[in-house]
Design a protein around this ligand. Structure first.
Ligand code: ADP
Ligand code: MG
Length: 713
């Protein structure tokens, strides 16, 4: 046997590891193979990528005799006896007697009947919880329990367990151990150069794999996690950056002439100066639009931050060079609102027109919704086709309905941060391969890191400053029936002083019908009781758009004092005289949605109030967050925090995901580093022709669906 040949064998790649069936490992018979398969492990790579859920740090371990009452402690104990009891309320209680040679204690589990099956006599478990006194003896209630068996290491990895599949944490640990020992001579291929590792302070990949499964210290475990999380992020970023660059190479955009007179005149005619944030966003958009590559930019700004001004400036950039602009809203009501708003803003502006005796003509803005029909519609369509309509405002359907444009130069999409690939493809098709510049606006603040990960091929501008003179919205939590009466009293008071209010009805699951029924019920209930003396209106998604618009119009005209509505009013509706927002069953909404709803008030000179009502008086961190902050960016961070790890990814996809360790919340710095490395790699080697390891890992681990998901923005 030639040792030299063995040494010179290249490190094992993920591809090779993925080709080794799990059945080839020692100790894996047919039954175990089936169980592993059910657990989701078929090959050696999948085994290695099954990371511990956490580690029990036995260096912190205490003896039962030393455990102090009221303190959180980690004990490693043996199960001595298990007893199951039925309580009066028909729930089960499991009592487990455990001990470690220095003393014993009792663990009580409520509502975890399966513990009786899990914790058999003789088993060694690590328990983590607070020690209490129960009638003179020690007790722990519902502690965290990890089965650690006879493993003596100082840091014991704990693998995800499933109740159904009988693969224990030590089954996995032993198999992983076996694989790592077999990999030892060749090592595992590393896509990251030594120089990059050193620069970023990352350990090598093989070392990371060994350390994540069997760290010598918690610091080692963390270094391993950091390295492997980086790899996950790098794969995603490389794919995103590759697609971004490819799109840039293959698409021809419009080189707009920006900073023209038109935009200046528009800004000059505004009754207020732009905020610094607005000016910055307009500049960023301007330089995108001036470049030959199509713009793909997200404009984030809290409700009321003044995104419309920025949008209009972008559209005017297009118009001043002889192109057209389109503004699309998510609903007809909002399109109509934008239509009248933008028409008013642009009133009196003229554009250059060589066919005309005076060399100019009025700027032409048209609305195109389903309600524009007959001759009117034909005229708008003709004007779009021959280029005489400069700006068109409609719903998102605008670009999909066979509308022809003379020369569409810029598209602004309002209130939709998920502008899908299909829509972008439709945009491309609109104009003979020349891709119009795209600006997507959203009031749902996406933390920058999330934007970078999930919307990686998107540039972001943020309006992080509200125009001056806004009165902040006071938000209160009204929990329970007593406070409910206060809320209605305060609504009546506001109405008495000439203000208006919204009452938003509970969100009921998926069913719009139920939601409508609940709105109707609330309407009748209020009309017959608490709000019998005010003029009530009702707005919900089952009304025709004509009915909806009529109701909104009546509300705007102050013929309705209080509008009872479903979440149809969530986006964009702008009635400055409305100063009270009541959200019923607010605990059924997410933070972002509540923040959106709240943004319907506080739009005028009067102080506004938002009441978040819940029937339960239980602590609710989401409601507390809303009460404590009106800053959308801060709320987005809290939201991310509360929803836990990897949220954006995991909520949108099922099944296997490559982002197992990386967390959008914890790994901000890592995301930026991965992105930077990704740019360097792709700009040097656009199709990864010289980066075999990375290329094959991306092909192996990033499913099509995942890749598409990532660019759906
Ligand atoms: P959003 O970002 O929610 O779409 P809008 O564009 O609808 O915000 O603007 C909200 C309100 O603020 C509008 O009435 C608009 O006229 C006003 N506004 C926008 N920019 C400014 C500014 N720089 N100074 C004062 N008021 C502004
Ligand atoms: Mg808006």
């Amino acid at each position: 046997m030639n040792t030299n040949a063995e040494i010179s064998e290249p490190p094992l790649t993920f591809d090779e590891l993925a080709q080794i069936d799990i059945a080839r490992l020692k100790g894996v018979g047919e039954a175990k193979q089936r169980a592993l398969h059910e657990y989701g492990i078929n090959d050696v790579l999948e085994l290695l990528m099954t990371y511990p859920r956490r580690w029990v740090d036995r260096t912190n371990q205490q003896r039962v005799a030393d455990a102090a009452l009221g303190e959180e402690v980690l004990l490693v104990v043996e199960v001595r006896g298990v007893e199951e009891r039925q309580m009066r309320n028909r729930r089960k209680m499991v009592n487990v007697r455990v001990g470690d040679g220095t003393g014993t204690l009792r663990i009580t589990f409520f509502n975890q009947p399966w513990r009786a099956r899990q914790l058999t006599v003789g088993l060694v478990v690590a328990i983590h919880g607070k020690v209490e006194d129960y009638r003179g003896s020690l007790q722990m209630t519902n502690p965290v329990v990890d089965l650690i068996g006879d493993r003596t290491g100082r840091i014991v990895p704990i693998y995800p367990q499933s109740e159904k599949v009988r693969i224990t944490t030590w089954d996995l640990a032993a198999l992983v151990d076996q694989v790592l020992r077999r990999c030892e001579s060749r090592g595992v291929a590393d896509p990251l150069s030594i120089a990059d590792q050193e620069r970023l302070g990352l350990i090598g990949r093989f070392e990371a794999l060994k350390s994540i499964h069997g760290p010598d210290s918690m610091a080692d475990a963390n270094a391993a996690r950091r390295r492997l999380a980086f790899d996950e992020l790098l794969r995603v970023q490389v794919e995103l950056v590759r697609r971004k660059r490819e799109l840039e190479r293959t698409s021809q955009g419009v080189e707009h002439v920006v900073g023209g007179e038109l935009v200046e005149r528009f800004v000059g005619a505004l009754p207020f100066p732009l905020t610094t944030a607005q000016r910055r966003a307009i500049d960023e958009i301007g330089s995108d639009m001036a470049s030959p590559q199509p713009m793909h930019r997200l404009l984030q700004g809290d409700v009321g931050a003044g995104k419309t001004m920025v949008a209009v400036a972008a559209l005017l950039n297009a118009v001043s060079g002889g192109h057209q602009g389109a503004l699309m809203a998510p609903t007809e009501v909002l399109a109509e609102q934008h239509g009248s708003g933008v028409k008013a803003l642009l009133d009196g502006l003229v554009v250059v027109d060589g066919d005309n005796l005076f060399g100019e003509r009025p700027l032409r803005v048209e609305l195109l919704t389903n309600r524009v029909t007959g001759q009117d519609r034909r005229e708008v369509l003709a004007g779009l086709a021959d280029g005489s309509v400069d700006i068109v405002i409609g719903t998102h359907a605008l670009i999909q309905e066979g509308v022809e444009f003379g020369s569409l130069g810029a598209v602004v999409v309002d209130e939709q941060h998920r502008f899908g690939v299909e829509q972008r493809a439709a945009l491309r098709a609109k104009s003979d391969g020349v891709v119009p510049d795209l600006l997507v606006m959203t009031a749902t603040p996406i933390p920058r890191t999330a934007a970078m990960t999930v919307y990686g091929d998107l540039e972001v501008s943020a309006l992080d400053e509200l125009p001056p003179g806004r009165t902040p919205i006071a938000t209160h939590w009204a929990a329970g029936p007593l406070s409910e009466a206060n809320v209605w009293a305060s609504v009546r008071d506001e109405v008495a002083t000439g203000r208006q209010a919204y009452v938003v009805c509970p969100l009921i699951g998926e069913s719009e019908n139920l939601e409508v029924a609940s709105a109707e019920e609330t309407f009748e209930h209020l009309a017959a009781g608490e709000l019998s003396n005010v003029r009530l209106g009702l707005l919900h998604g089952r009304m025709s758009s004509a009915e909806k618009e009529a109701t909104m119009e009546a509300f705007r005209a102050r013929q309705i004092d209080v509008l009872v509505a479903t979440t149809v009013i969530e986006v964009g509706v702008d009635v400055p005289n409305a100063t009270v927002m009541v959200v019923l069953d607010a605990d059924r909404f997410g933070i972002a949605q509540l923040h959106q709803l709240r943004g319907r008030v506080g739009r005028g000179e009067h102080a506004s109030t938002c009441w978040l009502m819940t029937t339960s008086e239980d602590a609710n961190p989401r409601i507390e967050a809303l009460v404590g902050s009106t800053d959308g960016f801060e709320l987005a961070e809290i939201d991310l925090e509360l929803r836990g790890e990897g949220t954006l990814m995991s909520s949108a996809q099922k099944g296997r995901s490559d982002l197992r360790l990386a967390s959008l919340r914890r790994d901000r710095e890592l995301i930026e580093q991965a992105r930077e490395v990704a740019f360097r790699i792709i700009d040097d080697d656009p199709e990864l022709a010289r980066s075999d390891v990375l290329r094959s890992e991306i092909a192996l681990l990033l499913s099509e669906r995942e890749g598409d998901y990532l660019t759906k923005s």
